[in-house]
Write a protein that binds this ligand. Structure first.
Ligand code: AMP
Length: 314
């Protein structure tokens, strides 16, 4: 793009932002980052990129971005010609209306952060752009092969139906070569791998390690809702999980589960919803330490529900 078309494009997109907020561009060092709101526009953009032979990396997010997301995006930028990030608080994966309403949203701040790490395109549609009215009321059906019957799936019925629904829609629209997901949402990652196999998506799923605060607390958009006191208490979750690894030779998985739950529930303001030690592929509970075991936890810290996990024998 020459200087003239660059300026013209920038002017047009800024104008569009002013008139209807559908698409806008942020410019930094002569690089334009676009924010696209419409499915037709993202499809047109993808067609152009594919025709130009560009590799596409994709990071689906719900926004309120933090350094955990940033790590995924940086890797996506480094490993692909173009990095596309979706910022969309997906209503169909919330089984609690209050949780959906309270979910933090700040697209302007997210855009600035994404621009600084080299993301070229944000896709941030409105719900009615993505879903027909009946899709918002009926549950999306999918054969999870049992992966949704435990942990998050058990305590948040329908959650993963919404996750598969939105990620499969995004994969169809964005057609990524590589898509980046965090191990923080361990069960989600296992389900995404299953979805890609079951629906024959031609996309590599890249597993990214959990990013933690210096205290050990797993980064989460929900941490924004914690008071200073709650944040201090929440640190105990990862502390206990890490400590539990030292006992894995002395206790069997069931004994260790009881120990972890007890230690965390002792902390004021924390209440464990579940702690399970499961095979990292099948997500079925393990009775012994053979195979790859991962401990997955959900804890209420006041009204804020936090999740975390720890690997045992790897
Ligand atoms: P979310 O916006 O919470 O839906 O997360 C978007 C993606 O970022 C998911 O693949 C998450 O697993 C990943 N993610 C969120 N928090 C972290 C973290 N602390 N470390 C690594 N990945 C994360």
């Amino acid at each position: 793009m020459n200087e003239y078309t660059n300026k013209f494009y920038y002017f047009c997109t800024q104008f569009l932002l002013t008139v209807n907020s559908r698409i806008f561009a942020v410019k930094n060092n002569n690089e334009i980052m676009k924010i696209i709101r419409k499915t037709a526009e993202i499809s047109a953009e993808i067609q152009l990129l594919k025709a130009a032979g560009k590799t596409i990396g994709f990071v689906p997010t719900m926004g309120a971005l933090h350094d955990g997301h940033k790590a995924l995006v940086k890797r996506c930028v480094a490993e692909n010609d173009v990095c596309i990030v979706s910022v969309f608080v997906n209503p169909t994966q919330f089984n609690n209306v209050a949780d959906l309403e309270k979910y933090p949203r700040n697209l302007e701040r997210d855009a600035e952060m994404l621009q600084n790490v080299g993301c070229k395109l944000i896709f941030s549609p409105k719900a009615d752009e993505i879903y027909a009215a009946n899709e918002l009321t009926a549950q999306f059906e999918f054969d999870f092969n049992g992966l949704d019957a435990v942990m998050e799936g058990k305590f948040r019925p329908g959650h993963f139906n919404g996750v598969v629904q939105i990620v499969s829609k995004f994969f169809q629209l964005v057609q990524p070569d590589n898509a980046y997901f965090g191990e923080k949402d361990f069960q989600q990652l296992a389900i995404i791998h299953h979805m890609v196999r079951a629906l024959n998506f031609d996309v590599n799923i890249i597993d990214c390690p959990i990013v933690r605060e210096p205290s050990g607390l797993a980064m989460s958009s929900r941490n924004e809702r914690l008071t200073a006191e709650q944040r201090k208490n929440a640190v105990e979750i990862s502390k206990v999980l890490f400590e539990s690894r030292n006992f894995a030779t002395q206790m069997n998985p069931n004994e260790l589960i009881l120990w972890v739950v007890d230690e965390i529930n002792k902390v004021p303001g924390l209440e464990v919803e579940y702690y399970e030690i499961v095979n990292s592929y099948t997500l079925q509970s393990v009775d012994s330490w053979s195979g790859f075991a991962v401990g997955c936890i959900a804890v209420f810290c006041g009204e804020v529900r936090l999740i975390d996990n720890v690997r045992y024998n790897s």
